[in-house]
Write a protein that binds this ligand. Structure first.
Ligand SMILES: Cc1ncc(COP(=O)(O)OP(=O)(O)O)c(N)n1
Ligand SMILES: Cc1ncsc1CCOP(=O)(O)O
Ligand SMILES: [Mg+2]
Length: 217
């Protein structure tokens, strides 16, 4: 019998090939895992369905071998096609009930919350984690709701029964504060994908999340 895989939100890499300085996606993901990434979301904003599917298939093989869950952004069809571990949806995506019906009880479903009200409403939903979105303004995604800021993260964590990750503008400079406000982890795009050394960047972030401290180098 299948069971929902246990998952660790500590350091969640969200992919973006456009920010990866010309390096292949597999390189970024492999290096990030070596540095301590615990979850990976395939999020590619300008790519055909065929290419998205092919990337998902490649990542599934790579991540399964390393015991790291693969989450697909937005596309339940692709999550099903590659038997991914889960799906991340936002407030304007497929409704969570439909996602749950399609994927079944054993897959991980993450939902973005953009307001405190959405966070408290999410307590009634059969989802597995929430993304606090965005914590800070970020050039990586500009069509967002107003940022929560650190006090917003604290308020969301206080009302939510779900584990949470902060996302948006997170770096080694502010990661510890997000964890200190009650989030289970951080989700990052540019802090790893655009880093000169993605493995080192992931290592530093993983250490900060684990120890809740900012360390120099
Ligand atoms: C972990 C995580 N949190 C939030 C988001 C944003 O989702 P959404 O609001 O649906 O925006 P898009 O990513 O679809 O542009 C996320 N992807 N991951
Ligand atoms: C996908 C997403 N959802 C909210 S902000 C964001 C992008 C985060 O990117 P970065 O970590 O580079 O700020
Ligand atoms: Mg979405």
């Amino acid at each position: 019998m299948n069971q929902k895989p246990s998952f660790d939100l500590s350091l969640y890499l969200v992919t973006d090939r456009e920010l990866s300085l010309g390096r292949p996606l597999e390189f970024i993901v492999e290096e990030a895992i070596k540095g301590g990434v615990t979850m990976v979301q395939l999020r590619e904003t300008s790519c055909s369905t065929l290419e998205f599917y092919q990337l998902a298939k490649k990542l599934k093989a790579l991540l399964q071998a390393r015991n790291v869950p693969l989450i697909i952004n937005n596309r339940a069809d692709i999550a099903l096609a590659v038997d991914a571990d889960g799906l991340h949806i936002g407030q304007s995506d497929l409704p969570w009930q439909v996602a749950r019906r399609l994927l079944g009880p054993d897959k991980i479903i993450g939902l973005s919350v953009e307001t405190l009200r959405q966070a408290s409403d999410a307590n009634e939903l059969d989802i597995d984690y929430i993304g606090i979105s965005p914590v800070f303004a970020t050039p990586t995604k500009t069509d967002t709701a107003p940022p929560f800021g650190l006090e917003g993260v604290k308020a969301v964590c206080a009302v939510s029964r779900h584990p949470s990750v902060g996302i948006g503008g997170i770096s080694s400079q502010n990661a510890a504060q997000i964890i200190a406000k009650g989030a289970s982890g951080i989700a990052v795009v540019s802090a790893i994908s655009a880093a000169e050394n993605p493995r080192q960047a992931a290592k530093l972030l993983a250490n900060i999340v684990k120890n809740k401290v900012y360390e120099m180098e």
